[in-house]
Design a protein around this ligand. Structure first.
Ligand SMILES: Nc1ncnc2c1ncn2[C@@H]1O[C@H](COP(=O)(O)OP(=O)(O)OP(=O)(O)O)[C@@H](O)[C@H]1O
Length: 327
């Protein structure tokens, strides 16, 4: 790409995207210039425990958005809901119009309460905190499971050998390309069960790309990855964004959050309590005070800083500020 093309290739040019994000209100539920995902009124209860209670969230197309928050904040449950692996607790048809209050739209399509395989076909693909690599299949076979044009998915195509064979060939070629990019090509015929934890994470991300998603949702991509593979994972995520894929990821590793995200959403006790640019979310005076108290010399990159107490302190701080502004 020429320099001029790169400079005008918004939203995939990071500097332009960042500049646009910097003009936004840094408040929970902030409107984005071009949201790929919009979520409203999503509630999930487990008995008396409200795990997720998201009023409104917009995820900017083409950006890397980090979803952070302490253990039990509701991040994974939120991922499960949006991707059809779980269903909201709001009763459908609660409005007089018979409309479902919980709703989310992705890439121009209503996906509320849509099952996981349809969500995947709509272009929203997720990975899991604990990798779901199928250990008794080879690496290549795992990749083929990720293709969303598998012959078996369509009875007609499955029965007609030429269509089946052509698709399989196409899928194998694509799998080979992606495996090479992730430096897993040498492992192609090995059982996935024999890969290291970090390689399984890479395989999971590689498999997610088989269906060419518009948005990839990564649940703790760095957990269990050794330092040697960390850099490689970071580069893959940034490369995806640079190619136009929207990335939404949950992560406890604050160095990673600060290093690669364009926007940060903070969740606590099921709610979105703050949103903003990474440097502002992690260094704004209110947040630093709330996180660190007297320890101003400490780096917010430290994982342990994100304790529940600290997040609750931020929530209180944000609430106080909005109350003062309302006066
Ligand atoms: N299947 C379940 N049954 C009962 N409670 C659940 C279930 N899944 C999650 N929860 C509860 O919902 C809340 C949110 O959990 P969730 O795993 O979504 O948080 P999280 O932010 O992803 O945490 P972590 O960072 O530790 O992964 C927690 O209180 C958790 O105990």
């Amino acid at each position: 790409m020429s320099d001029t093309a790169a400079a005008t290739a918004y939203p995939y040019d990071r500097a332009a995207l960042r500049a646009e994000l910097a003009t936004l209100d840094q408040v929970p539920g902030a409107s984005k210039p071009d949201p790929i995902l919009t979520v409203d009124n999503v509630v999930r209860r487990f008995g008396g425990n409200v795990a997720v209670n998201v009023d409104h969230l917009e995820v900017q197309r083409g950006a890397i958005t980090a979803l952070i928050g302490p253990n039990g904040a509701g991040k994974t449950t939120f991922f499960n809901l949006i991707t059809g692996f779980d269903t909201p607790s709001n009763a459908p048809g609660i409005l007089a119009s018979g409309d479902d209050r919980a709703r989310w739209n992705f890439n121009g399509r209503a996906l509320t309460r849509t099952n996981a395989s349809r969500v995947a076909r709509a272009g929203m693909i997720r990975t899991f905190q604990l990798t779901k690599a199928l250990s008794r299949m080879t690496v290549l076979e795992n990749m083929l499971v990720g293709a969303n044009n598998q012959p078996g998915e369509n009875l007609f195509a499955g029965l007609v050998k030429p269509i089946w064979a052509a698709r399989e060939k196409e899928n194998i070629e694509r799998a080979n390309e992606i495996l090479a990019r992730f430096k897993l090509d040498a492992k192609r015929d090995d059982m996935a069960g024999g890969l290291s934890g970090g390689q399984k994470k890479l395989l999971e991300m590689a498999r997610a790309l088989m269906s060419d998603p518009a948005m990839i949702m990564l649940d703790e991509p760095m957990a269990g990855v050794n330092p040697a593979l960390t850099q490689s994972l970071l580069e893959h995520i940034q490369q995806l964004r640079d190619e136009g894929t929207t990335v939404l990821f949950v992560e406890h590793d604050m160095h990673m959050v600060r290093h690669i995200s364009d926007w940060v959403v903070v969740m606590a006790q099921g709610e979105i309590i703050a949103e903003g640019l990474p440097e502002e979310i992690m260094t704004s005076a209110a947040v630093v005070d709330a996180y660190l108290g007297a320890h101003h010399d400490r780096d917010l990159g430290d994982d342990d800083v994100l304790s529940t107490g600290v997040i609750n302190a931020i929530a209180a701080e944000v609430e106080n500020e909005s109350r003062e502004e309302a006066r």
